[in-house]
Write a protein that binds this ligand. Sequence first.
Ligand code: NAP
Ligand code: GDD
Length: 323
Amino acid sequence: MTKRALITGITGQDGSYLAEFLLTQGYEVIGMVRRSSTVNFERIEHIQAQVTLATADLLDEVSLINLLREYQPHEVYNLAAQSFVQTSFSQPVFTGEVTALGVTRILDAIRIVNPEMRFYQASSSEMFGKVVEVPQTEQTPFYPRSPYGVAKVYGHWITVNYRESYNMFACSGILFNHESPRRGLEFVTRKISHAVARIKLGLDQELRLGNLEARRDWGFAPDYVRAMWLMLQQNEPDDYVVATGETRSVREFVEFAFSHVGLNYQDYVVQDERYMRPAEVDLLVGDPTKARTELGWQPEVTFEGLVKIMVDADVAMLKERLR
Ligand code: NAP
Ligand code: GDD
């Protein structure tokens, strides 16, 4: 029997990699997209012929019910969200509507249409925020530091609640930062790799950044989508931390990215108050022991490998554009 998976957020970084991965596993893939005045399918252009795109929105419950009724997926991966922390400070209510209540809408739609569908929720290490222990595990209490983090805590607990209340196969992956050449340009890693490439090619002279001392546990997005799928193949639903176990500062990322193309970051980086946050998450580092032992998951790309992949991809992309 061919398995059918619905991915919300298929046009995003993770959605595009998950769609690719599920296609290689023989799945029929349905991608939920929202209406926009311009098409934004860049990340899935290369697989568009192999997936079915259907319109619905996490803000609109009826659209979700109709979508599930029509396609009857066996697995639902809820990756859609307002996912940028900085924007959550300027649009906290909107972030709550999509990133928090959106989870209840889709869980409820599943409960109404067919509670046998397996569900994956994209939880986040941002929920640990001002961390109360190091490293962070599935047992570490949450202390979110942004409207986005607060919304993700809601999404996490409503997923637990539907599992316990309605016996649904609902899992959360508590994923630490994961990056790739498909990362949005507003996130710090891609902002850096793109700027390094532009500076190297003589298209820019400086890179303006906020807090260089923040530390993150950075992995490679294609490694992380495998973990999502593994969670839904287990006998019992559960929650898992997905991380590398290594923490690096934004400064280290910048330094390594510039040095990879033979430049010194201190000649180009300018600190700019505009990119500072009202409340910061200073240190994240996950303990992926449970994912390793129970799912057999482990990351394949190192921090240095990730930086190189991203910088090389941006240099190649810009060179191609300049031809
Ligand atoms: P992303 O690139 O920002 O993609 C977000 C996706 O959500 C896009 O496809 C977007 O559609 C869609 N979306 C936003 N609002 C929607 C709505 N109201 N209805 C339907 N779709 C909507 O995010 P990502 O990096 O792939 O992350 C995927 C998920 O994992 C997110 O939930 C994120 O919060 C979570 N997460 C990410 C990380 C990470 O490091 N990347 C770590 C932990 C958790 P448009 O293209 O139309 O905007
Ligand atoms: N975006 C950005 N831009 N961040 C900067 C900048 C800048 O110019 N300068 C310094 N930073 C710092 C931020 O203050 C933060 O401490 C760190 O770089 C990482 O910021 P982002 O790349 O925007 O990611 P994030 O950690 O806030 O959130 C991402 O990871 C979460 C998982 O922990 C997002 O993908 C979230 O959706 C995800 O849940």
